[in-house]
Ligand binder design. Sequence first.
Ligand SMILES: Nc1ncnc2c1ncn2[C@@H]1O[C@H](COP(=O)(O)OP(=O)(O)O)[C@@H](O)[C@H]1O
Ligand SMILES: [Mg+2]
Length: 324
Amino acid sequence: MATVAVVYSGDDEARQRAAAGEPRYAAVLAELRRQGAEAMPVVYADEVADEVRRQLRGVGAAIVWVDPIHGGGKTRSVLDPLLRDVAAAGVFVSAHPDVILRMGTKQVLYDTREMSWSSGDIRLYRSAEELRAGLRMVAGTRVLKQNRGNGGNGVWRLSPAGGDRVRVLHARRGSREQEMAVGDFVAMCAPYFAGDGQVLDQPFVPPEPAGMVRCYMTLDEVVGFGHQHVTALTGTEPPPPAPRLYYPPEQPEFQDLKARLEREWLPRLRAVLGLDAEALPVIWDADFLPGPVLCEINVSCVSPFPDAALPRLVAATVARAGRR
Ligand SMILES: Nc1ncnc2c1ncn2[C@@H]1O[C@H](COP(=O)(O)OP(=O)(O)O)[C@@H](O)[C@H]1O
Ligand SMILES: [Mg+2]
């Protein structure tokens, strides 16, 4: 019988109750068992990485819902080497850190800027100096994004305000637009260049009234959709929290998007990034602004997801685990 680990973050207390099942991932564990796999909850924290490494050595596959960057402060410096090790030992790891790096950072917008899902005119800055030079050349309203982040953290709308001044609005909920000197904005972005950090620069695409569509994927297949009216970066005050609504992959209004993503964009994406089909994660998503224009790809820690995705992502995982 194939063993599949479901890895998520938690403290000591979570580790104590892991065997009893974690409510958030109970449905995943149950579906794994229903499909004939042995489902093993594994609670991850950097402090217990060695123990987790031992737990994962013997499994066929591991689905990883750990995002150290979320919640602030931490990096992936302990988690990633661990995942690379167990993957090298033959465990199917989703998502593999190298796949996250290639598909799941904002750099993917730059790497695929020639594709028809791109707004075009996309720039990537590798240093504060490059950012400053780039901002002198761009016109119109732009969106700048740190390479790795989520929840709108380090995502900024920028509009020229005359001279060397800009108006900036952070995508974090509750932010207000401020005006400042370009130099001050660049200085504020300095932390985004720490290590191998980068900043992506793309045109602002008005998200409303159509809203954003999230395509949930298992390997190379669309397994559901999310649709959300967004307020981030629109300057709407106060931002009314609009829920994301979930739909099955058959939802009629998203069939054109599904067809383009599966048949046109995904083969191109894989070719551009040099990823074979086997490398794709069992659950990931692509976010589209109206156009459709690619907003971002999320590869690490995609949860929640539409109900329709669950049996498909589990089937894909069990198939890989069984090959061990
Ligand atoms: N080019 C863009 N035009 C308009 N709005 C954008 C654009 N890029 C991002 N946004 C808004 O900012 C939010 C956060 O950006 P995103 O790229 O999803 O980064 P993350 O979710 O990793 O913080 C998006 O959900 C969207 O509402
Ligand atoms: Mg996002």
